[in-house]
Design a protein around this ligand. Sequence first.
Ligand SMILES: [Zn+2]
Length: 312
Amino acid sequence: MWMVDAHCDTLTKTAATELWQAPKGSQSDLFRISRFVDLQFCAFFLDDTEWSEKEIVRENLRLVARALNVIAEHGDELKIVRSKEDLKKLAKNSCSLLFALEGAHLLGPDLWMLDIYFALGFRSLGLTWNHNNRAAAGCADITGTGLSAWGKELIAKAEALGIAIDLAHASETTFWQTMAVAKKPLLVSHACCAGLYQFPLFPRNLTDEQIVALAAQGGVMGITFVPDFLSKKAAGLDQVLCQIDHAVKVGGIEHVGIGSDFDGAEEMPVGLAAVESLAFLPQVLWQRGYDEKEIEALLGGNFLRILQEILP
Ligand SMILES: [Zn+2]
């Protein structure tokens, strides 16, 4: 059984010296990821309100350089996934990392930056974070716009290269317009179900209609552990399980996974406080009534299946 986590902010959030081993009490670090996760999507993210379009690319590349150095130092425990072939080489004594851009704003104004990121190993592109950018409208959008012409070009280019398109944080209009143009399965790396709860500040959780369409298209959504998106009340492990149950009921067992977002929120739910808690999920899902095959699909198999269709 492979453990695949479709989203964490660890490479962006931890201080330079702490990427490998963060202080006690932290949610995640590469040392623990290498022990508890088999394939970890690692997001690179900077807030576009804090950086100019030019500065943001440079700063992001600085973070990439830092991560590449730490990964190279720990080459036995950490690999970067770049291809279908690499996916076949997952191993229990190491973790494969999949580099992901969380927002097309990290490309700056140039489409060719995607070629550079591809060469650096990036294999997932989130079209937006919360805000609108050159490519598309994010989930905080109030204009009702979706994809731009530039965004459509970007999607075609990413798909041709073998980079997955991620719709977590996209506005609903962006979601539907991307559905209409995408040729490969789409992923929503970290979100929850609006059918159970919708975050009032920006509607980022998927409606049942969206979950049905994503599944029909062959895509997979990763349930996130971020309390803001789980429920109105203080969230624990049970709310995460309810979200998984709902997504499975609506989209089907083959279209749901997990996207924790460790290091992407101040606090995680009780019972899922840090990356090592992933180790309990198989047993917890078993007690919930899922069988072995279903647990394998939920915790890794589904994301691995669509990556096999998408990566070069
Ligand atoms: Zn996010």
